[in-house]
Design a protein around this ligand. Structure first.
Ligand code: DOR
Length: 440
């Protein structure tokens, strides 16, 4: 039995495909044929024919920044519930940050996640810790990570504060061609902070996080990269590669923009909450716990700088930073709330509503930022719509209007500030690992 997606809007920026067409997939999940045009594909009686009537069929979305909390904090999320949330959001693959309990700072943790991922509907890539227990003191075994197929390392949730350790991380990572993903936060400035330092934090009486804490770490790291390159101190075969996680300030964006012009191997990602919400939204919200995250929601100026950088191409990818927390960790005074919000199930809707519908970017660029570029940045194989390739795709209805509700969520946690938000555009299914998973 084959599955045929008919009369789809095939949009795959990885191969410059933007046309009406159909895809036929065999019983083992491999693409048999792709045909362009709106004619029906010939089919057998036992084939499953799905008429997409112009809905988008795009390469499976990939989220390069997720927290699934297993092992150790399964009351927030498990590999299984996180995968179901990812599939519901239209993702066929995610990269998991290592700040679990214990931290994934050895191949053992990588093997644990890989073992479990075999039975789940989405691909799970593992990002290894940069330092043991992410304490910023002793480098993790990068070479062993590499031999277990890890392509990126990060101490997400925190950043290496010691510049000498950071220098060694750059050199060591280049030996194994690993991407460094940095959570850019100068902890001496942010200690005890709850929200962006501004007149809103003053009025609320909450300790502020100065936004310059981000650019200080980006600047230090880019200086280190420049130094290592000037003096050829990295592996001669591999230039260091550096990715700024959840970038949130204009100052950090200016540094990334310049570094790209200078030819450094630098990329960055933005989260939907940072390009849609500001500290004023936190100020106005009644229940503030779900507006607390790191980096914090910034000023309106920083939010506009993000939108400008999405439009001019400085920002390469959209990532969710899906950070589930239980109700008791968020339904509490803001200075006691855990940092982070869920994001997998709202990212497509927010991107289409706030960026594509408002002409900040085209649909093609949105798919690049949600699928093609995250894979490229992480050195993963691109997804092609060609005969013989594994079928890995997401179905998006760009027209459907819907309201975000708690009941709809597949994640074990519902700590999102977007409950009640009206959105236009939604992922309505994925086809991956030989199975169609429909969402609504
Ligand atoms: O808000 C956040 N939560 N930011 C991070 O960088 C980490 C994440 C988490 O793990 O909860």
């Amino acid at each position: 039995m084959s599955t045929i997606f008919q009369r789809a809007h095939l949009l795959n920026p990885a191969e410059n495909l933007d046309a009406t067409g159909s895809i036929r997939i065999d019983g083992s999940g491999f693409i048999e044929s792709v045909s362009l045009g709106s004619a029906d594909m010939p089919h057998n009686d036992d084939d499953r024919v799905i008429d997409l009537d112009g809905k988008l069929l795009v390469p499976g979305l990939f989220d390069m920044h997720c927290h699934f909390r297993e092992p150790g904090q399964e009351y927030k999320e498990t590999l299984e519930t996180g995968s179901l949330a990812a599939a519901a959001g239209g993702y066929t693959g995610v990269a998991l940050m290592p700040n679990t309990r214990p931290v994934i700072d050895s191949p053992l943790g990588v093997a644990y996640i890989r073992h479990h991922s075999a039975l789940l509907p989405v691909d799970l890539e593992v990002i290894g810790a940069m330092t043991v227990e992410s304490r910023g003191e002793t480098l993790a075994p990068f070479g062993k990570f590499r031999s277990y197929g890890v392509t990126a390392i990060s101490d997400d949730g925190t950043a290496i504060q010691n510049t000498q350790i950071m220098r060694l991380a750059f050199e060591y990572a280049s030996n194994f061609d690993l991407l460094i993903i940095q959570h850019c936060e100068d902890k001496t400035l942010t200690k005890g902070g709850v929200m962006n330092e501004s007149h809103f934090s003053t009025i609320l009486g909450l300790k502020g996080i100065p936004d310059v804490a981000e650019a200080i770490i980006v600047s230090r790291d880019l200086q280190l990269m420049r130094y290592l390159q000037q003096h050829k101190l990295h592996d001669p075969l591999n230039q260091p590669r550096y990715h700024v996680a959840h970038i949130s300030t204009g100052a950090a964006l200016d540094l990334v923009r310049q570094a790209k012009l200078d030819g450094l191997q630098v990329t960055c990602e933005v989260t939907p909450h940072h390009f849609t919400l500001s500290d004023e939204d936190l100020f106005l919200a009644e229940a503030k716990g779900n507006f607390i995250m790191k980096p914090p929601l910034g000023s309106a100026e920083n939010m506009q700088a993000l939108i400008d950088a999405i439009a001019d191409g400085t920002i390469d990818a959209i990532a969710t930073d899906h950070a589930p927390h239980a109700a008791h960790e968020k339904d509490c005074p803001p200075d006691q709330a855990a940092f982070g919000i869920t994001g997998l199930e709202t990212a497509v809707g927010l991107t289409l509503t706030e960026l594509v519908s408002k002409n900040v970017i085209t649909m093609q660029r949105a798919i690049e930022m949600l699928s093609v570029n995250p894979r490229k940045i992480m050195n993963l194989a691109p997804v092609h719509f060609r005969a013989g390739e594994k079928a890995n795709m997401t179905i998006i209805d760009p027209e459907v209007e819907w309201t975000v509700t708690k009941d709809d969520m597949k994640s074990r946690s519902q700590n999102t500030p977007f409950i009640g938000r009206r959105l236009k555009g939604r992922a309505v299914g994925i086809y991956h690992k030989g199975a169609l998973l429909e969402n609504h």
